[in-house]
Design a protein around this ligand. Structure first.
Ligand code: BGC
Length: 802
């Protein structure tokens, strides 16, 4: 595993105050400065809340204003101090994307990558709302989630599982609907990490042997790629009214994320019309005035790095306003941006912070200089009935990749074999992934993985392991369940030893493979961990009906996929606390699998075109050496496979069902005008950008039928191909621009509609600095079941002029 820093380890070497300008940078990527930071206006329906925020602001002195934008120690992972004089109780910011992390009696939900695999917009919203309820009921005002950075450019990225998919359209949908769900129940969403945080290795600066600071990696991204890939989901979520954005640790085009005025002022606040506040990732602030003028509104955790030394903000802000080096109006806007969503979501009447949070927090609130109201009930059980939702999402996110000989669903097998160190219960407590370098940690080989590590993990209150659920289900059929859980034993070369432990040959063998992934690390292998391929080989040598189930935080290659004794493959990712129950529902057919891959599984590792950069391997001590040029541009994941015509093992969008579907009757309807301006109409910017970008220009429809014998859910997908002769070089062969999940009884049919907006049919024109429809030629559309199975196609015919 490639080692990089997380939390404490990250910040011991955190000494960078300003960014070095090194002439050795050969890259052509730079980030221009854009000043001043645009003021918020309360647009997008926040006007009343904005007026309340102005009223609040008018009562603050400069010192209090500086407190409002600077983190302090307290009960939560991030804290804004109370101002008792004004009845303001402070703000509590908590991780993370799959659970409220620093808490007891809370749920652990399916991870982002799992949820994306459901392709179910209702689940995207409902999961967000359920998470929002748990944060709210624990008194956490701000959820440090959801995640759209990393997008998943690199298959081995350590945090891809916290996010959703390398496809920006799918991520845009999951990300923005998560925000809407979270905020529908009164919690603030903080979308992270803005932007280009595509690998963990050297995400923060470090120091070389000479004591020189080695700068964090610079994600070097061209303007078109920025807009069409990495920014796309953030635009969707800003349109959804996202309260907050977390800027990232890495540099982008040479400038640190939290002082990148082009991306914060120019793109986020101006072009996208973002009305909320930008908060730093923990320790990602490297300057005071430069960051503030660059668009950063809140510094967390309020120290330099996590060293404990005073923040670049705090008292420095008061001094800067007093000596005239910082305009007070900029400070005012920072406070307004923080308080407007607070009032919009009615957080004046919020539950108090659960005292157990303070006990579990590694920052001791007793050390805080502020008085926190921790009077409420402790250890509040906030789970409600979320276990059912967690089960349903995980079951319907499970992806069936192979099913030969009608292996699944199981039909009351009398003799079941279970193999692998991922099958059974955790061996080391319910928050067992605290040790980040998990693979090297003693005793952590045994136990199922249901969530990843770092700030995206959760403390389980309940965890149902697969073996437990299988045994319980098998009792209904009076079946035998035999198992070998040690991979060390099962992968020994002594096959008779394995068969000696298993007698007679099971009707079906279930092999559980796992892949650990954590913030702070990138993976170093594509195959599942713990000698997984040997495990499959050994089990298939004694069992001709083997089902392989993977629990993983990302892409795994599957060298065993074509083994004829591997009769079925299920990809369950990180399912959250109901792991075993959701899997059993799928295995036994209570739930018909309907998950689809949110990424491409390559036949060969070398088929992937993007890699984790690791300069330490080359022993490079140049302070500015860590440069990651995103030269593939738009061509990541399936777009690369399409471009190079590489046959994947399993393609983006693929997933089988226990039933069969058919699709027919494609039609393309144009909205009123067939003569369109190439660029969107000039219009006042609203959250999300120019509102005309979201005007629906065409609607594609098709009819989907369930042609099999059982109820099931289909995921029809629409891909758009822009004409290559009237778009710039680098335009992908096709891109996802629509999907729906529809449940159908056997024999039933339904029409599905895909509205296509102006943005869906445009490319980012770097000269015009705007979205442009291809001037000549007509976009074509293809509809089907995956990026490689698209039976229907049509064209959108219009005139572009003016
Ligand atoms: C992570 C963030 C997280 C923060 C607070 C950082 O190391 O990158 O995602 O929200 O810590 O725990």
């Amino acid at each position: 595993m490639v080692r990089t820093s997380w939390k404490a380890a990250a910040f011991t070497s955190f000494l960078v105050a300003t960014q070095a300008q090194d002439s050795t940078v050969s890259s052509q990527y730079t980030s221009p400065t854009v000043y001043p930071s645009p003021n918020s206006t309360g647009s997008g329906g926040w006007d009343a809340a904005y007026a309340q925020a102005q009223q609040f602001l008018s009562q603050l002195n400069v010192t209090e204003k500086s407190w409002m934008v600077t983190g302090v120690r307290g009960p939560c992972v991030g804290n804004i101090a109370p101002i008792p004089r004004l009845g303001f109780g402070g703000l509590c910011l908590q991780d993370g994307p799959a659970a409220i992390r620093i808490a007891d009696y809370a749920s652990v939900f399916p991870a982002g990558i799992t949820t994306a695999s459901s392709w179910d917009k209702n689940f995207f919203f409902q999961r967000g709302a359920a998470l929002g309820e748990e944060f709210r009921d624990k008194g956490a005002h701000v959820i440090l989630a959801p995640v759209a950075g990393p997008l998943g450019r690199v298959a081995l990225g350590g945090r891809n599982w916290e996010g959703f998919s390398p496809d920006p359209y799918l991520t845009g949908s999951t990300f923005s609907l998560s925000v809407e769900g979270m905020q529908s129940v009164g919690a603030q969403a903080c979308g992270k990490h803005y932007i280009g945080n595509e690998q963990e290795t050297q995400r923060n600066p470090s120091m070389n042997d000479e004591g020189e600071t080695i700068l964090a990696i610079s994600s070097n991204i061209d303007d078109r790629t920025m807009h069409e890939l990495y920014l796309w989901p953030f635009a969707d979520a800003v349109k959804s009214g996202m309260a907050s954005v977390m800027c990232s640790y890495n540099r982008i085009n040479q400038t640190y994320g939290c002082e990148n005025s082009k991306l914060l002022n120019g793109v986020l606040k101006d072009e996208l019309g973002f009305q909320g506040y930008v908060v730093s990732d923990w320790g990602a602030t490297h300057s005071g005035l430069q960051s503030i003028n660059g668009g950063l509104d809140m510094d967390m955790p309020g120290t330099i790095g996590w060293t404990g030394s005073a923040s670049y903000f705090g008292g420095n802000i008061t001094t800067a306003v007093q000596n005239g080096s910082l305009a007070e109006s900029r400070l005012d806007d920072m406070v307004l941006r923080i308080m407007t969503p607070y009032y919009f979501l009615r957080q004046e009447n919020y539950p108090t912070v659960d005292p157990s949070t303070a006990d579990l927090n590694s920052f001791d609130p007793a050390e805080s200089n502020y008085t926190w109201n921790l009077e409420g009930e402790g250890s509040r059980d906030v789970r409600g009935n979320h276990a059912q939702l967690i089960h349903d999402i995980a079951a319907q996110s499970t992806i069936l990749l192979k099913n030969t000989n009608g292996t699944l669903p199981l039909r009351s097998p009398k003799n079941i074999g279970v193999f692998g160190n991922d099958a059974a219960d955790l061996a080391n407590g319910l928050y067992n992934y605290a040790d980040l370098n998990y693979a090297a940690s003693p005793g952590y080989d045994l136990g199922t993985i249901a969530v990843g590590g770092g700030s995206g993990q959760g403390r389980f209150t309940t965890l149902v392991a697969p073996l437990e659920a299988i045994k319980r289900r098998a009792m209904q059929d009076n079946s035998v369940v035999q198992y070998v859980l040690s991979n060390e034993v099962a992968t020994g070369s002594d096959n008779p030893a394995l068969s000696g432990k298993i007698y007679p040959e099971p009707d079906v063998c279930l092999v559980f493979l796992k892949t650990w992934v954590s913030e702070g690390y990138d993976r170093n292998a594509y195959e599942a961990d713990w000698n997984s391929t040997q495990l499959v080989t050994n089990v298939t040598s004694i069992c001709s009906n083997t089902v392989v189930i993977t629990h993983s935080g990302g892409i795994n290659t599957m060298p065993w996929a074509d083994n004829e004794n591997v009769t079925a493959i299920l990809v369950a990712h990180f399912p959250g606390e109901q792991s075993g129950n959701s899997l059993v529902s799928v295995l036994y057919g209570d739930v018909n699998p309907s998950g689809h891959l949110p990424y491409t599984i390559a036949a060969e590792e070398s088929d992937y075109n993007t890699k984790v950069i690791n300069m330490t391997i080359d022993n490079n001590t140049d302070p500015n050496a860590w440069q990651d040029d995103f030269t593939e541009g738009l061509l990541i994941d399936y777009r690369h496979f399409d471009q190079e015509d590489i046959e994947p093992l399993f393609e983006f969008g693929f997933g089988l069902s226990y039933t069969t579907f058919n699709m027919s009757s494609l039609s393309v309807g144009l909205s009123a005008n067939t003569t369109l301006g190439q660029y969107p109409a000039n219009s006042t910017i609203q959250p999300g950008g120019n509102p005309d970008l979201y005007t629906v220009l065409a609607t594609v429809s098709a009819t989907v039928s369930n042609t099999g014998d059982v109820y099931g859910a289909a995921v029809p997908q629409l891909y758009v191909s822009l004409p290559t002769d009237s778009t710039p070089e680098g335009t992908p062969v096709k891109v996802l621009r629509g999907f729906e999940k529809i449940s159908l009884a056997a024999g039933a049919s339904q029409q599905v509609q895909f509205p296509l907006t102006r943005r869906d049919l445009s490319y980012w024109d770097i000269s015009a600095q705007d979205w442009a429809l291809p001037a000549d030629g007509t976009p074509s559309v293809q509809v089907g079941w995956s990026s490689r199975d698209l039976p229907l196609n049509g064209t959108i015919t219009w005139m572009v002029g003016g």
